[in-house]
Write a protein that binds this ligand. Sequence first.
Ligand code: AGP
Length: 610
Amino acid sequence: MCGIIGYVGQRQAAPILLNGLRKLEYRGYDSSGIGVIDSKRGSIIVRKMPGKIAKLAALIERQPVGAARIGISHTRWATHGVPNKVNAHPHWDQSKKILVVHNGIIENYESIKKFLQSEGVRFISETDTEVVAQLIGFYYRGDFVSAVQKALVRLQGTFALGILCQDATETLITARIGSPLIIGVGEGEYFIASDVPAILEETRHIIYLKDGEMAVMKPDGIEVMTFKGKPLAPKVDTVKFNVDAVKKQGFPHYMLKEIHEQPSVLETMIKSRIKGNRVELEGVSLTDHQLKKLRNIVIVACGTAYHAGMIGRYLIERVAGLPVSVDAASEFRYRDPILNSQTLVVAISQSGETADTLAAVREAHKKGARVISICNVVGSSLARESDGVLYTHAGPEIGVASTKAYVAQITMLYFLALKLGSFTGKVPLAERKRIISALKHMPRLYEDILRHKTAIAKIAKKNSHFGCFLFLGRNINYPSALEGALKLKEISYIPAEGYAAGEMKHGPIALIDEYRAVVCMAPQSETYDKMISNMQEIRARKGKIIAIATEGDLSIRKHAHHVIYVPKTHHLLTPLAVALPFQLFAYYVAVQLGCDVDQPRNLAKSVTVE
Ligand code: AGP
């Protein structure tokens, strides 16, 4: 998500803009910039660059922007165009009179760009945002407000905008549809921001601009209106909450916020990639002909992404009939793998900066394999080094323990398996349609589970005293057991081991006694009966069982001490169904133990070192 700050008033703008951007860093970004109007010289000054805001601040130290009292600034989370200086905001029109910062996606930017280019307009960036600046510049004949209004009515998609015009040295314009933007009201000064925390230090008097509204601000006053200019009477609220709470949108931790974002992440992914019963793999960069020639797939990843990859193996082999191997990237890079031009390597990484995964991709390229990545960060190193990228667009994941990124990675693997399956015909179309229908229902299934999260919290609290956990799963939910164990151990620090349930008798059963808790992935599936047998063996040795089971399965209560129910779904989708409960279970255990859920000890969000 991008971040916007704007200011017009009596004070120097640059420090206010930078300070506001720093408060938006939590939203995740890859470049930043500011633009001001030096009213003495009547000129626009822009400073922008990729990387952290500290680098931008250092640049401004070296190249000051003067005592300008009006400006806009931006942190960019790249969607169109890699994170570099040219693509960073603010963007300007070719006359360099109009300056724009933007949060959102202009869906019709290509058609507007083509129109403007046909009118002789020259573009310099790969972004959709530049179209906004150029379009306003195209309409600008001296009336700033009217030029903005003419442009706004042509834009489709989502936008929150901060706009300046070199000739209107005391006028800040903002407008929004579909992306958040608020206005701060001060004494003879106004602020705009993507959210309240960014300007709470400056003022608590806020105007919540609504979709389809714009505002024209000068030090001596504000006018709020529709895009067509119909005047509106803005309501000024006084906010009372504290800053930190707002960043997490009311959730106590980023992890819980991100767990709750999963239904919308699923919804967005499914809507953008499933058209009817067809899967679109835009970004995969392999032609259908090349996809059809593939003979085997190797998945490489680390940690949670590795567990997602293991689920991907079951899916692609079941649905597409292609042989798949999965390697922890740190092992792959040293095992001298056998690869060739008919091997597709799929690298999975939320951050796209994990050193071992990057090294594995370089090894794969050396051996002649094609590489596509499933990645959450646009323009990351992994994305740049892959032959194709399937972006999950799950939004920034701040909590170190991966949740929505994991679910998004698995979901992308369903899409990949279905696409490959449409070529191989391994499963009939009817079965693929059943999987797609179950996928489309998954956001509702997640909302249903979230509605019952207090029951999961109760079970977690009741079992948070155990000194050791075993997570058991079979078949496609064996990786679910590994991921459930990882989630618990990395935020609660309780030793937790994930195991293939069929392996229990080959060793782990020695662990079972009344001091151990065992979490069993036991949804309705072809291996359900085998899991019940495992549970009987555990019960016989006084192990405490927490089962994740399918709604309506009452008989499992004879075997488990606690049951977390999930709605019924296609057996191949049960890894998605069980993920949310074990994420919540781990979260509530860690909270009960007073652990630092978002920043667990010893862990980094992205392991960029080997
Ligand atoms: C998962 O909760 C951990 N944060 C960690 O295992 C993570 O999945 C792993 O480091 C891989 O990170 P990546 O997806 O950014 O490559």
